[in-house]
Design a protein around this ligand. Structure first.
Ligand code: CUA
Length: 224
């Protein structure tokens, strides 16, 4: 989870989030190079002296500074498309979890195993345990097995919500009347916190998500 003064991305807990961080760093590096170059050119303009009275055009330089940025953009666009399609890939999931957004809590269904269903509410600050995280902990966590492909189906009952877990690189809108799908793979045990990220009404900030990632045999024990 994100803690104090953590301004960047959270540590990844899934291969997809790892790829997202790689792409973020790649794009940022290109951005820094462009900013430094343009900054240098703009600074140098202050020391310009007008020496060429008859300069009207420059075909070559215009060609260069049109095509070069287009090529640089390709270096961002192609990895971005690769990542976009990678995020959409479904790899034979072993568990399917359905999460339904409500105003203002999430409810979950494990339809693979005798239809387990439960609601997951935020724990109010006055009922919070001393080691609990304010506005982030819930009464019923989502238990999921680590090291296995998990499919998430997201929908909503009233307005649009968004099921978002930064450390796993998951962000899917839950829309009434639709069923959105995504998948991920958690590569370590632990707690992963998330929040709704569609402005869904007065208590939008108070419908967090907690995933408890456990070894597969623990998960099977829990589910049965
Ligand atoms: Cu649900 Cu914001």
């Amino acid at each position: 989870m994100s803690t104090w003064a953590n301004l960047g991305l959270q540590d990844s807990a899934s291969p997809l989030m790892e790829q997202l961080i790689f792409f973020h760093d790649h794009a940022l590096l290109i951005l820094v190079m462009i900013t430094v170059l343009v900054g240098y050119l703009m600074f140098m303009l202050f020391f310009n002296s007008y020496i060429n009275r008859f300069l009207l055009h420059g075909q070559l330089i215009e060609m260069i500074w049109t095509i070069l940025p287009a090529i640089i953009l390709l270096f961002i666009a192609l990895p971005s498309l690769r990542l976009l399609y990678l995020l959409d890939e479904i790899n034979e999931p072993s568990v399917t979890l359905k999460s339904i957004g409500h105003q203002w809590y999430w409810s979950y269904e494990y339809s693979d195993f005798n239809n387990i269903e439960f609601d997951s509410y935020m724990i109010p600050t006055n009922e919070l345990a001393t080691d609990g995280f304010r506005l982030l902990d819930v009464d019923n966590r989502v238990i999921l097995p680590m090291n296995s492909q998990i499919r998430i189906l997201v929908t909503a009952a009233d307005v649009i919500h968004s099921w978002t877990i930064p450390a796993l690189g998951v962000k899917v809108d839950g829309t009434p009347g639709r069923l959105n799908q995504t998948n991920f793979f958690i590569n370590r045990p632990g707690l992963f916190y998330g929040q709704c990220s569609e402005i869904c009404g007065a208590n939008h900030s108070f419908m967090p998500i907690v995933i408890e990632s456990v070894p597969v045999n623990y998960f099977i024990k829990w589910i049965s």
